[in-house]
Design a protein around this ligand. Structure first.
Ligand SMILES: [Ca+2]
Ligand SMILES: [Ca+2]
Length: 351
């Protein structure tokens, strides 16, 4: 009995000593991490993007990519950015913690869409399917035959009902909408990047380069991102190693340590999409047009997506370039668009 009584304070004291020793041992590493500007827990998996002035967009844009012109001076403040696209594992953690249900998992309200056929009101996403004998340049607007609304396709079942992400936890989450991306960002204590922040970060410290890695599309013959090789939308040779979404970090990072800023999946930005916005954009911290309504395409507006995807070929899309931009219908989820987040946590201490 005596030994029991005396051992309790003794073991408690021992535990405290071990704890204190652990804290003391860890302290130098914490101090070192702060000094060298490494991420704190709030910025784990993120890189500090220092901010600065740059030329956003390009004066060299051809008529197929006129929305990238004109090149114009923009300044952004420093911020943290996820080094990868948000993965299925990360998105699952959010859903597990909150019970969040994505847009693609919900049926639409027929009162809200009285003219839509019943099959279009089921929850689902747009999935890409190869099509033969089509000239993509002759397609446009709502007539893109390689997109198929697939009921039952959502982030957990990205190839449709019965498919699974079990073996794709390090792939970017897809089949989510802008609203889903915003909800994730809020839960994570982060936000979506503005389009200007995204482009500044994508350039990785390089100046006026067409690609996020430099001047040449294939330096020394090497394909630098996950995109489409071959005749779109018919045949993808997969010369880059992938004919679908790739796991994040499958290609080298840019100058800021960010992966897949070109290709893999398009990345949603906070801004509404405006094809003419660069003509009127302010210089300091632009946040996009007030209304991104594009009546040619949709009545519901579009948000900016950046970086291109595994579906971008060299001839038709060609949007795995630093200045490329596109709009995505705000209510639409697809299997070529995801997102990454940024954070306004304090800048790392100077070395
Ligand atoms: Ca590919
Ligand atoms: Ca990407």
């Amino acid at each position: 009995m005596d030994s029991d009584v005396s051992s309790k304070p003794a073991s408690a004291a021992k535990a405290w000593i071990i704890l204190a020793a652990a804290v003391l041992m860890a302290a130098p590493f914490v101090v070192l991490a702060l000094r060298t500007g490494e991420a704190s827990p709030a910025t784990a998996g993120m890189a500090w993007i220092p901010g600065g002035e740059f030329t956003m967009g390009s004066d060299k844009a051809d008529e197929k990519h006129a929305e990238e012109a004109p090149g114009h001076a923009v300044a952004v403040k420093g911020f943290w950015m996820d080094i990868t696209e948000v993965t299925n594992a990360q998105f699952k953690a959010f859903v597990d913690a909150t019970g969040y249900v994505t847009d693609a998992e919900k049926d639409l309200d027929p009162r809200q869409f009285p003219n839509a056929p019943a099959e279009m009101l089921k929850g689902g996403s747009l999935l890409f399917k190869k099509v033969s004998g089509v000239n993509p340049f002759q397609c446009g607007g709502g007539n893109l035959p390689w997109w198929n609304f697939t009921a039952g396709a959502n982030w957990q079942h990205p190839d449709g009902a019965g498919s699974s992400i079990k073996d794709r936890m390090n792939f970017p989450v897809i089949c989510v909408t802008y609203k889903d991306a915003q909800a994730y960002a809020k839960w994570a204590g982060k936000r979506l990047p503005t389009e200007a922040e995204w482009e500044f970060a994508a350039r990785g410290g390089l100046k006026d380069k067409p690609y996020v890695w430099g001047d040449e599309e294939r330096p020394n013959g090497k394909i630098m991102c996950n995109h489409w090789q071959g005749k779109f939308p018919e045949r993808d040779s997969g010369a880059d190693g992938f004919t679908y979404v790739a796991p994040v970090k499958s290609f080298p990072p840019n100058g800021y340590g960010l992966y897949d800023m070109a290709g893999n999946v398009w990345e949603m930005c906070e801004d509404w999409y405006g094809t003419e916005y660069y003509k009127v954009s302010p210089k300091d911290g632009p946040t996009g047009p007030v209304i991104g309504h594009d009546p040619e395409k949709t009545g519901y507006g579009q948000h900016v997506i950046r970086g291109g995807s595994w579906l971008c070929d060299e001839g038709y899309c060609f949007r795995y370039r630093a200045t490329a931009r596109q709009g995505l219908d705000t209510l639409t989820s697809t299997n070529h668009a995801g997102f990454r987040c940024v954070s306004d946590q304090p800048a790392p201490a100077k070395k």
